[in-house]
Structure formats: C-alpha cells, structure tokens
Ligand binder design. Structure first.
Ligand code: G
Ligand code: G
Ligand code: NA
Ligand code: MN
Length: 253
C-alpha cells in the first residue's frame, strides 16, 4: 500500500489523533489555550511525523478531510473543556492547500456552530510561505475567516520572506516566533536581537506575540523581560492527548 492509500484509510478508520500543547501568558501564568498537533500512530511503522504525511496529504487531495478532522476534534475538545469550566482557546494549523480552498469558510462556520464554540476561541495558524504560495487568494480567504471572528496567527514568524510589508496587510492578531530563534536564546548571540525585534514589531502593530519552543525557565525569563506575551514549549508542557489536558491543568496550577 502507498502512503497515500494508507493515509486515506487512516482518516476513514479514525487512526489519526489530535494532541494538544498548552500555551500560557508570561505575565500571569494563566493557560490561555492549546495548539492542536495531528498524530498518526501507524499500526506497523509507529508514529509517522506530520512533516512526512502532511506533504503527502497536500499532493493527494487529502488535506481537506485532514483539516476537517483536526478542526472537528479540536473544537470538540475545546467544547468539553469549556463545559468543565476551562475557558481555553484552541489553535489549528492550516497548510498551504487549505488556504486556497474557499470552502474552508463554510466548514469552519459549520464546525463552530456544531460544537457551540465562540469564533474567537479558535485560532488558525498560517505560515508566511503558505500564504505566499498564492498570496492574493490566501489573503482574500484570511479576510473571510477573520470576518467570522476567528483569530489568525502567523506561524514560524521570521523564517519566511517579506515578513514586514505583509504583516501590516494581513488581518492577523498574533505572531509566533519560530522556535529556531527561541531555542538558542539563552546562549546570547544574534537570536537575541532577532527575538527582540519580532517582539517589538508585534507590540507596535498591536499583535499578541507567542514564543514557541521554550524549553527552560531561563528562556521564559528572558522572553518575559523582552515583553513577550505568551509561551509554548516543553518547559510548560509537551503535546499530550486531549484527554490528558484536564488532569494536567489540575496539577499545573
Ligand atoms: O509536533 P510536530 O512534530 O507535530 O509538528 C510538526 C509540524 O507539523 C509542525 O510544523 C506543525 O505545524 C505541523 N502540523 C501539526 N499538526 C498539523 C495539522 O493538523 N495540520 C497542518 N497543516 N500541519 C500540522
Ligand atoms: O511548526 P509548528 O510551530 O506548528 O510546530 C510546532 C512543533 O514544535 C511541533 O513539532 C512540536 O512538537 C514542536 N515543539 C513544541 N514544543 C517544543 C519545544 O519546546 N522544543 C522543541 N524542540 N520542539 C517543540
Ligand atoms: Na503551528
Ligand atoms: Mn511554528
């Protein structure tokens, strides 16, 4: 069987799962939400990383069903946490192909309604390079998603092209500093200047700034000192099955 056929079957048989990784405000420690990360525990090959199967989905027309699956699972989990008294948001990654599909607007509308989750509790993460694949179409779609009240975030910020002029024109509320800049922050060097510049830029544009890949307290303290809003990374919590989040919240406080 090819990977495409296996992925198609995995989507149909419910083999895919969503894991969630917490995000917290640096100022208060409050957990404000999670990022959803798709997982494929393959019965013979073990976990196949999303970096391997998402490109396959992109090439084979499976990105639509994959995105629907992740959105549905993420919003179902979000609704359950809200019912239990945790007002958390959930962030879902969009791939380049999804950004070219105008049906996504109806799909997001339908799923928000199905799960009764307010639109502003859903964040959609897009990378600069996925926008640039067909910028006119992607930007039009982002505006329609924004009109629904959904939050938009630029993922892996700093690694793409044309960051600055685009950021001003995109209807986004958040930037995520790419983890390649965050990982070596504590060693000093040029990444300190890059991270500081991204935080200042975000603040001056009125955007929330999230640092991903925060692996230790030293890095969290450095980011707090630079005025970063939110952290995500192993220091706070690893990606975990959706059912483990509530127990994690209970011990985290
Ligand atoms: O934990 P991690 O190995 O999951 O993520 C690897 C990469 O896969 C990241 O770049 C992440 O953005 C991407 N990714 C994870 N889940 C999804 C998803 O549901 N959809 C898309 N398009 N990308 C995802
Ligand atoms: O590209 P994107 O930002 O969507 O993907 C997040 C990726 O970063 C996932 O693969 C996730 O497992 C990984 N990740 C999350 N926290 C950490 C961390 O603290 N350190 C490292 N090295 N990777 C992390
Ligand atoms: Na992401
Ligand atoms: Mn990222």
């Amino acid at each position: 069987l090819t990977l495409v056929a296996e992925l198609r079957a995995a989507l149909q048989d419910g083999q895919l799962h969503v894991h969630v990784q917490p995000q917290a405000r640096l100022a208060t420690g409050e957990v404000r939400g999670v990022e959803a990360l798709v997982r494929w525990p393959h019965p013979e090959r073990g976990f196949i990383p999303p970096d391997e199967f998402i490109p396959v989905a992109e090439r084979s027309g499976l990105v639509g069903p994959l995105t629907t699956f992740v959105l549905n699972a993420s919003l179902a989990a979000c609704a359950a946490w809200r019912a239990a008294g945790h007002d958390l948001g959930v962030a879902v990654n969009l791939s380049a192909r999804s950004l070219q599909n105008a049906d996504l607007v109806d799909e997001v509308t339908r799923l928000l309604r199905r799960h009764g989750v307010p639109a502003d509790r859903l964040t959609l993460e897009v990378t600069e390079s996925s926008i640039m694949a067909d910028a006119a179409r992607a930007v039009a779609l982002l505006h329609r998603l924004r009109d629904l009240g959904v939050r938009l975030s630029v993922d892996d910020f700093g690694t793409g092209y044309s960051s600055l002029s685009y950021l001003k024109r995109l209807p986004v509320q958040e930037v995520k500093i790419d983890r390649s800049f965050v990982i070596s922050l504590r060693e000093g060097g040029e990444d300190v200047a890059i991270v500081r510049a991204i935080i200042d830029l975000g603040r001056h544009l009125g955007l929330e700034v999230v640092a991903e890949g925060v692996e230790d307290q030293v890095t969290a303290d450095l980011l707090a000192g630079m005025g970063c809003d939110i952290i995500q990374g192993w220091h706070l919590g690893r990606p975990m099955p959706t059912g483990e989040l509530q127990p994690w919240l209970a011990t985290h406080a």
